[in-house]
Write a protein that binds this ligand. Structure first.
Ligand SMILES: [Zn+2]
Length: 120
């Protein structure tokens, strides 16, 4: 199964149950969230797995190996599912974990007239 970070705690129990029955269970997902924090339940899956393969993306800024998921939109919700242009892969050096928060602050400080102009 893929995108296991969205499946909740029950995915851990289900995976262990299947593995105990002799099934080969392959689970993929993001290990960290948009802030670079462990993305539950992935850490628990990593703890019970026999084998872990950590894949890297390519940093969209500099081309180095990327471990982070950079959120590009102003939201601090843990899960914001959306179009491809809302996230990009970033390396450790280019990752800006507080970018989503900064964008929220930026939007608050916009003069009201400019916001109005954008709607007309
Ligand atoms: Zn980079």
């Amino acid at each position: 199964m893929d995108e296991a970070q969205f499946l909740g705690e029950s995915v851990v129990e289900s995976s262990v149950k299947l593995a105990d029955m002799g099934k080969r269970v392959i689970v993929a997902g993001l290990d960290t969230d948009f802030m670079g924090r462990p993305f539950e339940p992935m850490p628990r899956l990593l703890a019970v797995a026999e084998e872990i393969v950590k894949l890297l993306a390519i940093c969209m800024r500099c081309g180095n190996p990327a471990v982070h998921t950079q959120r590009l939109v102003a939201s601090e919700e843990l899960i914001v599912v959306g179009a491809g242009n809302m996230y990009e892969a970033r390396c450790r050096r280019c990752f800006e974990p507080h970018l989503a928060h900064e964008k929220i602050e930026e939007a608050k400080n916009q003069p009201a007239s400019r916001a109005h102009a954008a709607t007309t």
